[in-house]
Design a protein around this ligand. Structure first.
Ligand code: SAM
Length: 508
């Protein structure tokens, strides 16, 4: 019995399963359909893994692979074929010779494919599926391909795919439908992100940010990372929701959450208290019991300032301590802001000058306004080093954030510091580009003063920002006094921020 190629019938949509696909190796237009050559995963390592052509609407479950292929399509390696040998896709060869495009497509669809003999027309689609090195099968509406051999099955060595002709045709074939599907999938995912709407805007080309990225709203803790359980968080016990204006913790001397917050020196008017405070400063003693600076403007401030970070915190590096669910101050305490999540509408947009994608706000932002947090996987320092070394991208460092704010004060060794990796999982703030004169800044926000290893990194506007202006922050984020090296280090990326005081490198 000859080996079979089974094409499922009777199902309107056949979908290729992501977990079965190794990669996409080529594309073409056939019978008006944008098609992609799927390389299937094979249990045995073979130079001849199963391959088959699929219309893009069969690939909606593996669009990230289609996207990755399209991003490198212009540089797909073409393997030189011997003059005598025929391309496995003779029709593509014809596509290349003829012109204009429509004629090429018509011709190609009329030209018999050499692999037709083992393929069977599907009732589900007009397209004929060319299958190489394998047998195509259906399983509960999904397509699967398994390795097989036999005289009826055309064989191709994977190292010969794509051929020069295939690669040539692939580069010129239109991929509009694939681009639309990829964008629609990304937009669908954005719509699921909690909080105000996030738009995707690209007036520049047809690309979409990577579908490999997963939107998350909370950290994902990886192996070796421990966070103090929420139930064990210490809350403020002396406060109450009704301490005057029903806004929770307004007596900052009482609030246990603000125990370690910055002291409000202006409110130390009593001479004895001033002496005690000066003594604490001189000896590095505790500042518990002194009036503390409250981080956010209250409702009594100008309407647009309510909830914004006060200048003291905005211009300093002091951590912000917010109240938490175990506090007595109630849900409306004005010391709960970052933890309530993003309220501003954002736009991920394609930047025209080679910096990739960027982030901007759909409406005006006010100085001190909270934008969003940086999210990602929390990994150990060792894992961060491993990922950096394994990454082929020089840009990897720009997705890694050390949670080292309290390392010095708490005596943490560098290897005990956790790192947030936001490259493949995170939020829209992943798209904030660097600027040497930025309009945003990142701040440490803690909901649990006893956890010095896990806290939030929150972005706030450091000046008023007009609607549509790109949001940026300084990737170096050094203290004013630290200074910046002039010479670029290994892996430094030239800075394209265009600021008058540009340091020329993303980091040095
Ligand atoms: C955290 S990502 C920011 C989002 C990124 N533009 C994207 O498309 O995904 C950091 C990367 O963006 C690029 N980038 C950000 N700011 C830049 C700048 N000022 N100059 C050049 N490249 C920049 C660099 O490739 C950097 O590694």
């Amino acid at each position: 019995m000859p080996a079979m190629v089974v094409i499922p019938t009777g199902r309107p949509t056949r979908r290729v399963r992501l977990d079965k696909v190794h990669s996409i190796v080529c594309n073409r237009v056939k019978d008006g359909d944008e098609q992609f050559l799927v390389r299937w995963k094979s249990s045995t390592s073979t130079g001849k893994p199963p391959l088959s052509w699929h219309a893009v609407n069969e690939l909606t479950r593996c669009l990230e692979l289609v996207q990755e292929y399209l991003e490198t399509r212009h540089k797909i390696p073409a393997f030189q074929q011997s003059k005598k040998r025929k391309s496995p896709d003779t029709d593509i060869e014809i596509e290349r010779r003829a012109s204009p495009l429509d004629r090429r497509l018509n011709l190609s669809s009329r030209t018999p494919s050499i692999s037709r003999s083992p393929s069977v027309s599907s009732t589900a689609s007009s397209a004929v599926i060319d299958v190489y090195n394998g047998v195509l099968d259906s399983e509960e509406g999904f397509l699967l391909c398994r390795p097989a051999s036999g005289p009826e099955i055309p064989e191709i060595n994977i190292t010969a795919v794509p051929t020069v002709d295939m690669a040539h045709a692939a580069r010129r074939a239109r991929v509009d439908t694939a681009s639309i599907l990829i964008r629609a999938e990304y937009t669908r995912r954005l719509e699921k992100v909690p909080g105000s709407k996030i738009h995707l805007i690209n007036t520049y080309d047809s690309t979409t940010p990577s579908l490999r990225f997963r939107y998350i709203t909370d950290y994902i803790l990886r192996e070796g990372v421990f966070k103090i359980d929420q139930a064990a968080q210490v809350g403020c016990k002396q406060c109450s929701p009704h301490m005057g204006r029903d806004i929770g913790c307004e007596y900052t001397k009482k609030c246990d959450c603000l125990e370690y917050a910055a002291v409000d020196e202006n409110r130390i008017t009593d001479p004895d208290m001033r002496d005690a405070y000066n003594h604490a400063l001189a000896t590095g003693g505790s500042t518990i019991g002194f009036p503390k600076k409250f981080p956010y403007f209250a409702e009594g401030a100008k309407r647009e300032r309510a909830g914004c970070l006060v200048p003291f915190y905005l211009n300093s590096r002091r951590p912000i301590y917010e109240c938490n669910d175990n506090c007595n101050c109630g849900p409306h305490c004005r010391n709960k802001n970052v933890q309530l999540g993003r309220t501003v509408e954002l736009e991920i947009f394609k930047v025209r000058d080679g910096r990739g994608w960027g982030l901007r706000c759909h409406h005006k932002l006010y100085e001190g306004q909270f934008i969003d947090t940086y999210r990602g996987e929390i990994i150990t320092d060792a894992e961060a080093t491993r990922r950096e070394q394994a990454s082929s991208s020089k840009a990897k460092a720009s997705y890694l954030y050390s949670l080292d704010k309290f390392a010095e004060s708490e005596g943490l060794e560098p290897e005990d510091v956790y790192v947030v990796d936001g490259e493949f999982m995170g939020g829209p703030t992943k798209f904030i580009n660097h600027c040497c004169e930025p309009n945003c800044r990142q701040y440490t926000v803690s909901y649990n003063k006893h956890d010095c290893r896990v806290y939030d990194i929150a972005f706030f506007a450091c000046r008023d920002i007009e609607a549509g202006e790109e949001l940026t922050f300084d990737y170096l984020d050094k203290e004013e006094s630290e200074g910046v090296d002039e010479e670029p280090g290994e892996g430094a990326i030239p800075c394209l921020c265009g600021a008058a005081k540009c340091r020329k490198w993303l980091w040095t």
